[in-house]
Design a protein around this ligand. Structure first.
Ligand code: NAD
Length: 437
């Protein structure tokens, strides 16, 4: 057996003992995960500084605090979530035989799960799905991204220190290691990453008929119409496109703006960008993960004219949000997810045309629409299919655990956060108990 096969077998044997099905065990492991995060906050900030130059306040806001809150939520709600749910038994059942019928849905863990995570939020996106996996009673193999080496090494060290490997372990490595993992049979695969790799993961999972959650990406529009509060729209756009240097799956990918307010909006963006990043922008600003990605994003500049931003630092691979005018749907920058701070700008003259432009593309992971017009708000929600999003705001749907987070169509399948995380990583077993009089 290869080391990966041995590891999976150990987890399978441990799962078979039934230990993870005990609620006391799950709660203890969740509490331990919380301790891991709280006791190692500084170390996490340090590795994210080394890997991505992430400012500590961004680490707290997006990587550590939401995870701690999610664990608290799970601990408070686990008894309710894990309890068998009684459902009505219709009279139809009696046609098949006399007796008293009692019907239940019992949430049971899948077994040995694999979580493959990306590099942009190495802790948030590695740990968050695992909160659901542990709460539901599974064992976990985590494969973090090889692009954020310091984060990956710290995750490996901490998980080994806090957890038994037959229950929860980290496997580090490159694509070859991912392929070796994906060749094995898992009981569930949770993948967060790009659309092309999502296809590879699903193809590998299909060989074993392993169910998957695919949290993918895509081109998420940011719409601004004539009724929008332009100041607030500009603040939200800059926040969404500069946070983690635009390397966020739900970042606005492109701006779709009514031509009547375009010039005014660009002027506001320019003012705000200068005020925010005028002198020495680089110190407290995330960098692009690698030179290859930096050059890929910078290369998009030739697809249009820079009308706002435009500050690039070739030495540190940093870039401030840069707005491109003169772009069309045929431009290279509009073909794939940008995943960086370059923002192409497209226009429309009728709101319906804006929606038609979006629905002609793959279904986006996120959509943001700035409009005070109630009819337009209703139209965009009724006519456009997207994973999740916000009206007159950006990102906030991600941070509400009462909302399922996930994509649709090319942006992914399945969802998590809050109760959904528990159900996503559980099989709902349907049972009828007949009491024969
Ligand atoms: P990626 O798809 O390149 O890599 C994700 C993971 O897959 C990594 O662990 C990597 O090691 C592995 N991988 C890469 N190539 C592989 C291959 N050929 N076979 C098997 N495994 C392979 O994604 P990334 O560059 O790390 O992250 C950026 C992408 O992730 C963007 O598209 C972004 O939108 C998406 N993303 C989505 C979400 C979400 O919640 N929906 C969150 C963050 C990022």
């Amino acid at each position: 057996m290869t080391p990966i096969q041995t590891l999976i077998q150990k987890q399978r044997d441990f799962f078979a003992t039934g230990a993870t099905k005990q609620l006391a065990f799950r709660k203890a492991q969740l509490a331990r995960l919380k301790t891991l995060l709280e006791d190692n906050t500084q170390a996490i900030c340090d590795v994210l500084k080394a890997d991505l130059n992430k400012p500590a306040d961004q680490v707290m806001l997006a990587e550590i605090t939401p995870l701690v809150h999610e664990i608290d939520y799970m601990l408070e709600n686990l008894e309710r979530l894990a309890a068998p749910k009684n459902v009505e038994s219709p009279e139809t059942l009696k046609l098949f035989g006399a007796g008293e019928y009692h019907s239940q849905i019992i949430a049971e863990p899948y077994g040995v799960t694999l979580n493959i995570s990306p590099w942009n939020y190495p802790f948030q996106l590695s740990i968050s799905p695992i909160i659901g996996a542990i709460a539901a009673g599974n064992t976990v193999v985590l494969k973090p991204s090889e692009f954020t080496v310091h984060s990956s090494a710290l995750l490996n060290r901490l998980v080994a220190q806090y957890f038994a490997p037959e229950f929860f372990t980290v496997v580090e490595g490159d694509v070859a290691v991912n392929q070796a993992l994906l060749a094995e049979k898992f009981d569930y695969i949770f993948f967060t990453g790009s659309v092309p790799v999502g296809r590879i993961v699903m193809a590998a999972a299909s060989k074993h008929l392993t169910p998957v959650t695919l949290e993918l990406g895509g081109k998420s529009p940011f719409i601004v119409d004539t009724s929008a509060n332009l100041e607030q729209a500009a603040d939200s756009l800059i926040f969404g496109k500069t946070f983690n240097s635009g390397q966020t799956c739900i970042a606005p990918d492109y701006l779709l703006i009514h031509e009547a307010v375009k010039a005014e909006f660009v002027a506001i963006l320019n003012q705000k960008l200068t005020a925010l990043f005028g002198d020495n922008p680089w110190q407290n600003y995330a960098k692009v993960v690698s030179e290859r990605h930096y050059l890929r994003i910078k290369n998009f500049l030739k697809d249009g004219n820079i009308v706002a931003g435009g500050l690039f630092n070739d030495e540190t691979h940093q870039m401030i949000m840069t707005v491109l005018d003169g772009v069309t749907w045929d431009s290279p920058v509009m073909q794939d997810e940008i995943f960086g701070s370059v923002l192409p700008m497209l226009t429309f003259s009728r709101f319906d045309d804006a929606l038609a432009q979006i629905t002609a593309q793959a279904k986006p992971l996120a959509l943001y629409c700035f409009t005070e017009d109630k009819t337009n708000q209703e139209k965009v929600l009724a006519q456009v299919s997207f994973g999740g999003g916000a009206i007159n705001s950006c990102f906030l749907h991600f941070f509400n655990h009462n909302l399922p987070f996930g994509g649709v169509g090319d942006s992914g399948m399945g969802s998590y956060h809050g109760d959904r995380s528990f159900y996503e990583l559980s099989h709902e077993k349907a049972v009828v108990v007949r009491k024969i009089a």
